[in-house]
Design a protein. Structure first.
Length: 75
């Protein structure tokens, strides 16, 4: 069975670049879903997804896990 990477990465507040902190604070007050994409040159692009409810993502992950066997057989 393949081992899952850690679901959370906890970073100390002082360890974040000031530009990242300012960008995150400008996005939202509450939980925020953010997409991280690695660009071909190695840089990282972050995109805020304010219209996606983080609790919906958690529910979808649970549903997909419950039906993983059936979904696997469909492919």
């Amino acid at each position: 069975m393949q081992q899952q990477p850690e679901a959370f990465l906890l970073l100390p507040a002082g360890g974040l670049p000031a530009a990242l902190v300012a960008w995150l604070e400008a996005q939202s007050e509450g939980p925020l879903l953010v997409a991280f994409d690695r660009l071909p040159n190695g840089d990282w692009a972050l995109q805020a997804l304010p219209d996606v409810d983080p609790t919906m993502v958690a529910r979808l992950r649970r549903i997909l896990a419950q039906h993983a066997d059936v979904l696997r057989r469909l492919t």
